[in-house]
Ligand binder design. Structure first.
Ligand SMILES: Cc1cc2nc3c(=O)[nH]c(=O)nc-3n(C[C@H](O)[C@H](O)[C@H](O)COP(=O)(O)O)c2cc1C
Length: 339
């Protein structure tokens, strides 16, 4: 396999670029284990041109890593050209352009996979970078924004623009990092396990003369967001499962209900926010952003969810409720987005 004049031999093994993963030490380990070529994490072009220390530090490469590609991303042609020239000064073997990252905060401002919405500009940036540097230029895209696009069209335009290699992440942007494998895992954990776990508990509930099962769904089961198809489907499926289980287990005096929490301030929510899933800015900014979407003007507290669970678990208090979905979201799903 050749990238321009760079000969990588037959069937080479290339380390994919991964943010927060493929730093110099990780690359060194992969090299020891037989990687034939490695890539840096992606580096923001705007960070490079304003000399941001973090971005510059990602240009540091070592001889033992060679051959290596430095990957940059951005959506402004001039910045990408300047950043590519800076990356070239670090003397990698290849400059790689990332047009595939689906992370919200990057794609939303048009960079990474956001460029897949503007294929002409994507090709134009590639052409200008190819003209501006002497090194081979490789490109990473996705299959398209969604299934409606033909990846071959953009591939041939990139070849004409002078790209030396095209790597296609075999998912569309809408799929994020999901795909059939993730679908199975998410449905297994969120949906199937609920049903199978209940079957273990039911003999015990029967022995006590009945009981209450509470399934943890989510507001995502009713109203949804971008790039969470599998998760939302699993939580929606859980609502249907709740109703079916309520009917199936009613003869055993077992009630089955679901809770649908919205944004609740937990370590899990904060971890999701820190990965950039909702909006921009600091975690506090993003929490405030979520809070503004509720009628109560704040995110929930874990104990507020717990109280609803006590209520549903208590055969006295919620004795006439089964097969129902209790939404606990500060009113977020009550408000029209047009309001
Ligand atoms: C944590 C993580 C970070 C990633 N960062 C980048 C990146 O900086 N640049 C890039 O082109 N792809 C990035 N990717 C995508 C991977 O390079 C790869 O294309 C993708 O994971 C598909 O391979 P898989 O199906 O084996 O996961 C990242 C993937 C993961 C999981």
């Amino acid at each position: 396999m050749k990238i321009s004049t760079l000969d990588l031999g037959e069937k080479p093994l290339l380390l994919a670029p991964m943010e927060d993963v493929t730093d110099a030490s990780f690359r060194c380990i992969c090299k020891d284990y037989g990687a034939d070529m490695v890539y840096t994490e992606f580096v923001p072009s705007d960070g490079l041109i304003r000399d941001a220390r973090k971005a510059l530090s990602k240009l540091v490469i070592y001889d033992y890593e060679r051959p290596i590609g430095i990957q940059i991303y951005g959506h402004i042609p001039e910045s990408m050209v300047e950043a590519a020239k800076m990356a070239e000064e670090a003397k990698p073997e290849v400059i790689d352009l990332n047009f595939g990252c689906p992370v919200n905060k990057i794609a939303k401002r048009g960079a990474g996979s956001g460029m897949m919405r503007e294929p002409d500009k994507l090709v134009e940036i590639t052409r200008r970078v190819v003209e501006a540097v002497k090194l081979p230029v490789t490109v990473k895209t996705r299959l398209g924004w969604d299934r409606s696009e033909d990846p071959c069209k953009i591939a041939s335009a990139l070849a004409e623009a002078g790209a030396d290699m095209l790597v296609i992440h075999g998912r569309t942007v809408s799929q994020g990092f999901s795909g059939s494998a993730d679908w199975d895992a998410i449905l297994d954990v969120n949906l199937k396990s609920t049903y199978f776990m209940s079957h273990f508990g039911i003999p015990h509930l029967k022995a006590r003369g009945g009981g209450s099962i509470i399934n943890t769904s989510s507001v995502q089961g009713m109203a949804s967001a971008n790039l969470v198809s599998a998760y939302a489907a699993s939580k929606g499926g859980l609502l249907a499962l709740t109703r079916a289980m309520a009917i199936e287990f009613a003869p055993d005096e077992i009630r089955v209900n679901a809770i649908l929490p919205g944004a609740v301030d937990t370590p899990m929510l904060r971890a999701g926010l820190s990965r950039g899933h909702v909006g921009d800015g600091t975690i506090i900014d993003r929490l405030e952003n979520l809070a503004r979407k509720t009628v109560n003007g704040r995110v929930g507290k874990p104990e507020e969810i717990a109280r609803s669970i006590y209520f549903l678990a208590d055969n006295q208090q919620s004795s006439f409720m089964t097969g129902q979905a209790l939404v606990i979201d500060g009113g977020a799903t009550a408000r029209l987005s047009t309001e």
